[in-house]
Design a protein around this ligand. Sequence first.
Ligand code: ADP
Ligand code: MG
Length: 696
Amino acid sequence: MNFFHTKIEFLKGVGPQRAGLLQTELNIFTYGDLIQHYPFRHLDRTQFYQIADIHEDLPYIQVKGRIRSKELLGEGRKQRLSAVFTDASGELELVWFKGVKWMNTSLKTGAEYIVFGKPTIFNSRINIAHPEVEEATEVKQGQSYLHPVYSTTEKLKNHRLDSKAISRIMAELLKLAATNIPETLSPDLIDQYKMLSKREALLQIHFPINTDKLNAAKFRLKFEELFYVQLKLLRQKTIRKADLAGQIFKNVPTLTEFYNNHLTFDLTNAQKRVIKEIYKDLCAGKQMNRLLQGDVGSGKTIVAFITMLMASDNGAQSCLMAPTEILADQHYVGLKQFADKLNINLGKLTGSTKQSERRKIHEQLQSGEMKIIVGTHALLEDVVQFQNLGLCIIDEQHRFGVAQRSKLWQKNPRVIPHVLVMTATPIPRTLAMTLYGDLDVSVIDELPAGRKEIVTVHRFDAHRLRVFGFLREQIKLGRQVYIVYPLIEESETMDYKDLMDGYESVKRAFPEYQISMVHGKMKPQDKDFEMQRFVKHETQIMVATTVIEVGVNVPNASVMVIESAERFGLSQLHQLRGRVGRGAEQSYCILMTNYKLSKESKIRLETMVRTNNGFEIADIDLKLRGPGDLMGTQQSGVLDLLVADLAKDSKILQESRAAAQLILEQDPTLAQPQNQNISRHIQSLKKNTLNWSRIS
Ligand code: ADP
Ligand code: MG
């Protein structure tokens, strides 16, 4: 049996009760799980904060000093222990609400301690609740000054399984494991990147002898983690390319006619390049799986249409699926005029399509008469069948799950349709490489000529009158205005109240103008009606929630006001801003907030004011929020990273990807002796996904 599958309760110092807790609290079942419970940081036992320098924005800090006094406050279950802790520079309060009696007897007044925890302000005094406390001892020569800090939980702490206890168990495990750790990378790789061995890396990540070794251990483990993710994705890609046939779309007569007679603007170079990339895929005889990234307004829709013409010119049908009804309508209206000129039957299918109309569409799709269908997730229904679906285009991909995508593929039982996924959320390269390592990526990195940079400003609520004055000027110049309110589900009722209040105050402030309102709780028809009024310029102001976030195109709207802007994520702000700047006029985005702003909100607002570059914004967003948040982790599975951080480790990601690529080129089946460690590790990773110890 594999040593690392040994159940944790057999480890000295653990036993059944603690094993149960480690399982339920930290998901640690086996030796393998425990050894991968890497410390989330290390304490440098030679580095301390001066109490006078501590402020509440600091994360965890370490101080050295003495308990000057302590006292029990409160009664019964509300009892707490408060201690005054001092160093030469000042004093702070330590406080415990749990394990009060035990702490009270073990803490010695006057003795020197090292205290570790998160400072906060309470009653205008620095306070650390439930700090880790350890008697101060000299760091001896040759002894490590870096101590691991492990994540743990309140429940574990209450059972004396704090970070220090975990580190004792870990030391036990590493003693046993030392002779059992197999190498998981090839000697070549280890040589080339001067990496620590797996064994050394595991020892050093937990108990490093110095900072250099710790960094080397981190590098090795991150590299390995990312390497195997990339290897897996790249192999899937090769398998897919080798196995899945795709229809060939070589002929382009209608497309040529469209270029020559109906396209009213010149394509940007980026659009041309992307179209070439797609055409090459479609002529290759293999199924296309391509991600098309392009900032808002970069002109993805026309690329989609051109791709659909390639399909229809070769006897195949296409579908274009959008995440919302409004967006589907807009695509339909925009593309219908081209399709009519080209004599192509193009239809629309959404949740609100009437039954009779629906039946007709179903028939025309099945007979092959209808060449292009634009719609929402209504397209996924089983009754929607095609004569020969050859191409699926999915717009604003982040709203759709993988399962939904695969439902579309199944609509052609003979040949899997080509897939083009379009996203306006510019995914940072590092993330795209990891999330879509199995997709090919095209990027439209250029906006159509003549677009003016959107001017973005941040204004406080107190200056609302001035902002309204500016809006009035713009409306007088013939422009239209969006005013957007946040809508976050947990506090829906509150948010609707904000929206309604806002609508009323806008109505009062602009009695001379017509105002539309759109929000998610409206019936689709009503929403559509209001939207159309705004599109037709019957209304000057659109008060809305984020339902207008995605895709809506009203070139005459040149001002975007975002209320409570601090409540929006960065990429959402950028999406919203993308609703303006679509016409020839100078456009504006005004971010409204009150004075109270967190540090992160400030960074978000500053970033918006500083740049219009979607990729830069996405990078900062990734750093602020972490990748899981950005994409919705359900899509990835690959984002379950233990050590690597996509926001910070892009260089290692690139190196590991290049390494994986090279190895697969030289040895696609990983059969050569020098890659033996790698193929063995892949086998053990596969087995691990079915972990028997968790079932019994
Ligand atoms: P997005 O990439 O955000 O989906 P759209 O496809 O909606 O962008 O395009 C935004 C606007 O730019 C549309 O009005 C479209 O007709 C126009 N457009 C697209 N490509 C060009 C181009 N090459 N030159 C001028 N206008 C263009
Ligand atoms: Mg779009």
